[in-house]
Each structure stands twice: as C-alpha cells, then as structure tokens.
Design a binder for this molecule. Structure first.
Ligand code: IVH
Length: 731
C-alpha cells in the first residue's frame, strides 16, 4: 500500500472535520429547525468537501454528506418508507453554471446546441418538503422527506393545512389507484412575522426564518397547535403514480392543479437556453415582492419521457437543477444602539452597524423592535450579528454569533428617559378588545408635547398618502418643530411667506423644475411650499381622517369611516356619545369574556364596518380634548373636514353584477391585485366590503394566507370565493 503523503494526511483530516461539521449542521437544520449558519455558508462547506473528495478519490465514502441527504427524522412519529425515494437537487450559483447544465443534458441526450429542448422554471420555495399519498382520490397519508428513504408520517398535521385537499378531483376526475404528489409546506411571510412577534411577546425565542418555523410546526405532536398556524403549500413533483401522467411536466402541473392541488402560478416554460437565462436574470427582482420566501429557481426538463434516460446520481435526478439566489444574510458588527421616538410616543431601539452590502444595498441600521427583542436575542453592543433582509427589503437582525464574542461586548441598558424631551419612559400597556390591560414589551414617551412625537405626527399628516403636502419632508419638519414654528399640526397652515423663505434658505432647499439660477430661487421654493400647504386644505375626508394618525386607523379604516360619516362632526358626535358608555362598560365585570365582547360589539355597532379595536381607538381619540381642539383649529384654518362629492363616486352598477347589494370580506393575499384594488372593483360593481365576517356577510373572498376570517366563514356557512372564482365574478 502506498505511504500516505503529508498532503493526503492533511486532506484526510480536513475531510473528517468537514464531514463532522456538516453532520452537525444537518442536525441543527433538519432536526432542531434552528440552524447556526446560513444556507450559503453551509453550501460552501459541502462544496469544499466535494472538491477534496474529487481530488482524493481514495478518501471518498458512500456515507459522506456529499453522497447522502440530511435527515429530519424525529422520535414520536411513525415511519413511512417512501415508495420512490425523495432525492435532493443539484445546485448552481451562476447563469454560466446553468448553461453548463444545459450542455451536459444535451450531451447525454445527444442533442445539438440548437436542437429544441424545453424547460420549466419554478420558484424554489424555501419551506419543508413533504409527500402526500392519495388512493382513488382520497388522502391516505403524508410524510416528511426524512433521510430521503424513510420519512416521518405527519398525516394529522398535514390534514390541518387548508391548502392540502383531503380529496382530489376538483375540475377533473380523480386518478385511480395510488397518486403520490410532492411539494413544499411554507409559512407565508406576513403570517410568519406576526407569529414571531407573538412568540417574542410570550417570552419565547423567535424562529430564525419562516422555513424553521414551518419545520418546527410540522414536528409538533399536537395537530391542534398546527391548525392554529397558517401554513400553506405548493406542489411540484411526483412519487408513486399508478395512472399515466401527462407527457410534459408543464401539463402535469396543470393537471394536478385541476385536481385541486395548489400549484405556484409563477411557473414559466421556455424553449431555448437564452429564454431560460433571461428568466433567471429577471427572477431576483420579483423575489422581494413574493408573499413567501424563495431561495432560488428549479429548472426542470419539460419532456417527462426523457427522465428515465437522464437518470439520477445518488443524491439527485439529472433532469433538474436548482439556481440559488444570492445570499441575503451577512455578518456585521453592532457599533451602537440608539432609540427613536415615533409619533405615538413609542420608543424603538435601532442598531447601527458596520455598513455591509446585502442583497443590493448597503445596510447601516436595523430596528431592534423593543427591549424584549434585544433581551430575547441577547444583542450587545460590539456583537457580531447575522443580518438579513426581511422580505429582502427591510434589514433585520437574525441572531448573534455568540461563538465570536471576545468578552468586551456591552449589554444594552434601555434608557429610562426619552432621549428627545427627557420625559420619563413608561412600559406600554396593551389593551385587548375587552379593554383589559397588561404590560407590553414597548416603552412609551407619554409627554404629549414631546417634539419627536410632534415631528412624527406632522410628517404623517403631510405624507403622500395622507394630506400630500409636496416637499414637506423630514428635514423641514425637524426645523419647524425645533425652531418652534410648529407647536401642533395646525401651525403649518399659519406659516407666512417670509417664514417659509427663512426655512428654505436655512435648509438650502431649491425650487424644483427647470428654474434658472437666480436670487429668486428661495422665493420660488417658498411659494411652491406655500401652494402645497394651501392645496392640502382641500383633501378628501378619508385623507384627513388618515392624516390625524389615530391609532390603528390606516387608509382602509379611514375610507370606511369617511364613507359612513359625511362629516367629521357626525363622527365626533357619535364618538363623544359613545365615550362615557365605553368607559362604563370597560370598568364593569362580566361573567365571561364572550359576554364582555358581545356588549362591546353591541355598543360599537354604530361605528360600522371597522373592527372592535379600531372602533375603540376612534372613540378614545375623539374623547381627548386636545385632539378635538386640534380638529377645531384645522377647520378654522380652512382645512376640509367633509366628504367630497368625488370621494365616493356614484357606483357604475353593471346590470346583473354578482356583487350588487352584497357584503363582502376580503382575506388573505390575492395574486392578481391588491386588496384595495379588489375592494374598489367590488364597490364599483355595487358591493360593499367590511372588515369582519358575520352572518350578514354574503361572500368571503379568500386569497392565500387566509386565516381566521376564513374559519369564521366556514363556521357561519358564508360562501367562500377563491381568487379564480372572484376573477370570474368580476368578469
Ligand atoms: S422538485 C428531486 N421543485 O428544494 C427533488 N423542489 O433543495 C424534486 N423545492 O427537496 C423536487 N421548490 O424541498 C422541486 N419548485 C420546486 C421546489 C423544490 C422548493 C425544495 C424541495 C427540495 C429542495 C432541494
């Protein structure tokens, strides 16, 4: 036997080390659902191992993690032996590697570069793979991938997921015999964010990402708990199938969709490699807007008859490849933490980082939400942290790399006074709908005249979606508040021309447009500002109500209120009438929470169409004297507080409109339009939208991620309309 060279010894040591590390990370990822490193870091370890094994074939092993798939098997679930193994997918990281894949396939199939070869491109959902077996159309069992050969049977948990049909055969008859479909279970982003916030509030450790939350959920032994989490699913592959499948993957996807299985609508078909590369190029830009996490694309040969010829390696079939999106996590250092005071007085800690480049932008700061979040993650100044873009837009801290601590990191002490006005900070109370209060995780500055709050309120009032005062940005507002030109929102209407000239000069603001350079510039910029302020006197009642910044009243809430009340006075009268009654009701004791909720709903029913919490907030707002004074002042300064004639135009009631006179509730995310667009369409067609489901609701229009409203509709027997049906009804 040849003597081992030092090189070989070194390689053997590194290989052993890598195998051990990868096995550990597999365990953390698959079993504990709490990974310590990012997917990219993991892929780099595997790539290094694969490279070494290639260079030293004598050190290769069938048990190496490069040849096997990680296992997510857990105790407590029965075993399912997969009829067809659940393999993994080879990865590529650049368009060039995808081109190599195409070359490889063509070589195996003896095709020339210009011979036709179609591909299907799908999004690679970052969730948890599952396999579901149907027999004569009925769901028999469902299992996780496990080690690819044996998985955990999680049927009861999967049955709670609304997207998974218990029975196949929606628009086409169910296939006879066994029909095994494979897909991905995922936690939609928005639902995940809400769920994690709830965990933090409850003192639990937040999940690092939606994938981990999904894995953690599927592994719960109590399926009633699973039912409470709004998991969703998309299907994209097949296991054991008795019937004949359509000849192409594209048609097979259409077929399973007709059977009632959810299939991602964002699939594409392409005829040439150039088309494929173009899709890849476009794909990263659609990623941020998707309501679920993706980590790449999956590219599949369309012609299913070629699959057998192409075959598989030990780990993955050769007829498909993944193209991984660029990393969206990175490591940086927390240089300092400071706090920001918002318009409601909420005090939010913000981390300042050593700037890092992440998914297309330089990230310098991220919100740390509240003191509870800092405590949960144990974030200290000087810590190395993993930062990611939530929804690829907003940076957030995922975790602290505690192994890299050097002992000089400083725990953060939350200030007890407001950094802006010096006022005492208090722990915010959270009120539930029955009016009961408990201590929340947020700190509040309760000084109503704190300049930071005033700035926030003016910025919100002037913002584009509220009173739309063009050019009235943060800097001007800072200046106006600091120099005491504005001590409340109404003061902006009292600004004189010379005040605005001073502001403009001090701030170095220039008139927009093609003005020639002249000494008149500040004058011009000041006139523009004055005009913008003046124009805002004539905005709609919806914008005005939204601009007041009433807690919980967003644009939709403001619209509902403006539609219900023709003038602000009407609303104020109603709110003032309800105020004392609400106080009384909240101080009474009730036998059950349900009784209290019922009394509240009855009391608040005049503020129709908005939820209980929002109605309480509106009543509270207009029972505060300083808010009433503000409204009075604004009205005296000529600001419109009445519904404008064009605000809710006469509906174009198309004859035979299915929405005529109907009350609808929108829930979940629609793929083809925003909720606001859907609402306008319904209203144009003579329908009305409300925020909560009751027995008076005619239709619940349910997009993806539909949650409790959908449950309520099912309970009350209200007709549920899915997106496809909704589009048909809209004609
Ligand atoms: S096809 C042979 N299509 O990605 C495997 N997988 O990294 C056939 N995944 O285990 C799977 N989206 O969990 C396929 N559109 C998609 C996918 C997808 C996500 C997951 C799947 C797989 C993993 C591999």
């Amino acid at each position: 036997m040849a003597k081992k060279t030092p090189d070989l010894d070194q390689a053997a040591r590194r290989i052993a080390e890598l195998r051990e590390q990868i096995a550990r990370h597999n365990d953390l990822y698959y079993r504990a659902a709490m990974p310590e490193i990012s997917d990219t870091e993991y892929d780099l370890l595997v790539a290094e191992l694969a490279e070494l094994e290639k260079r030293y074939p004598g050190l290769a092993s069938a048990e190496s993690p490069t040849q096997t798939v990680g296992s997510d098997r857990l105790e407590g679930f029965p075993t399912v032996v997969h009829a067809v193994p659940m393999l993994s997918i080879g990865n590529t990281y650049s368009p060039a590697e995808v081109r190599e894949f195409d070359v490889r396939i063509r070589k195996m199939l003896r095709l020339n570069a210009d011979d036709p070869l179609e591909y299907v491109v799908e999004l690679k959902i970052d969730g948890v793979a599952i396999s579901i077996m149907y027999e004569d159309g009925a769901m028999v069992y469902g299992a996780t991938r496990g080690d690819g050969v044996r998985g955990d049977e999680v049927t009861a948990n999967l049955r709670t997921i609304k997207a998974i049909p218990q029975r196949l055969g929606n628009h086409t008859p169910a296939p006879a015999g066994r029909f095994e479909v494979r897909g991905e279970i995922f936690f939609p982003r928005r639902a995940f964010a809400l769920y994690n916030e709830q965990r933090v509030r409850e003192g639990l450790e937040p999940f690092a990402n939606p994938r981990n939350a999904t894995a953690g959920t599927l592994k719960l032994l109590d399926s009633a708990l699973v039912a409470k989490r709004p998991l969703d699913a998309y299907f994209y592959a097949f296991g054991q199938v008795d019937a004949d499948l359509p000849p192409t993957h594209w048609k097979a996807l259409d077929y399973i969709e007709k059977l009632g299985l959810p299939v991602n609508p964002k699939r594409r078909q392409c005829k040439t490699i150039d088309e494929l590369l173009k899709i890849i190029e476009e794909s990263e830009s659609i990623r941020p807007g998707l309501p679920y996490e993706t980590d790449g694309l999956v590219i599949k040969v369309n012609d299913r008859s070629l699959y057998e010829r192409l075959g598989s390696t030990a780990k993955s079939p050769r007829w498909l490849i993944a193209y991984k999106f660029s990393a969206e996590q990175a490591q940086t250092i927390v240089k300092s933490i400071d706090v920001q005071v918002g318009r409601t007085g909420s005090v939010t800690p913000v981390a300042n980082f050593e700037p890092i480049f992440l998914a297309g932008t330089t990230v310098k700061r991220a919100t740390l939400h509240n003191a509870g979040f800092i405590e949960q993650l144990d974030i200290r100044v000087g810590d190395k942290v993993i930062v990611q873009k939530a929804g690829e837009i907003i940076p957030q801290v995922v975790r602290v790399v505690k192994s890299l601590r050097i002992g000089r990191e400083k725990p953060y002490v939350f200030p007890d006074t407001c950094p802006v006005c010096g006022g005492k900070l208090v722990k915010a109370e959270i009120k539930d709908s029955s009016g009961e209060t408990k201590e929340g995780a947020d700190y509040l500055c309760v000084n109503a005249s704190c300049p930071a709050q005033l700035k926030g309120r003016i910025i919100h009032y002037a913002s584009r979606r509220a009173m739309d005062i063009d050019g009235f940005g943060d800097k001007i507002v800072d200046y106006l508040v600091e120099k005491r030109y504005a001590e409340n929102i109404a003061d902006i209407y009292k600004l004189k021309h010379e005040d605005l000239v001073t502001v403009v000069e001090e701030m170095g603001i220039e008139a927009r447009g093609k003005e020639k350079k002249s000494t008149k510039r500040p004058e011009k910029a000041a006139s523009n500002l004055a005009r913008a302020i003046d124009n805002s006197r004539h905005r709609s009642l919806t914008r005005f109500i939204y601009g007041l910044g009433i807690h919980l009243v967003g644009e939709t809430g403001a619209k509902i209120i403006a539609q219900r009340y023709g003038t602000l006075d009407e609303l104020i009268d109603k709110a003032r009438h309800l105020g004392p009654k609400l106080r009384e009701l909240q101080s009474k004791s009730y036998n059950t929470k349900a009784a209290r909720d019922k009394a509240l709903s009855d009391l608040l029913s005049p503020i129709d169409g908005v939820g209980k919490e929002m109605a309480i907030s509106v009543v509270d707002f207009f029972n505060e004297q300083h808010n009433l004074t503000l409204v009075e002042r604004l009205r005296d300064l000529g600001v419109n507080t009445r519904r404008l004639p064009e605000e809710f135009p006469q509906k174009r009631l198309s004859e035979g409109s299915p929405f005529l006179g109907k009350t609808c509730v929108l829930t979940g995310t629609l793929q083809s339009m925003t909720r606001e667009q859907a609402q306008s369409r319904i209203e144009e067609m003579g329908g009305k939208c409300t925020g909560s489901v009751s027995k008076n609701t005619d239709y619940v229009i349910a997009g993806t991620e539909a949650g409790s409203k959908l449950d309520k509709a099912t309970q009350l027997g209200v007709q549920v309309v899915n997106e496809g049906e909704f589009l048909k009804m809209l004609g």
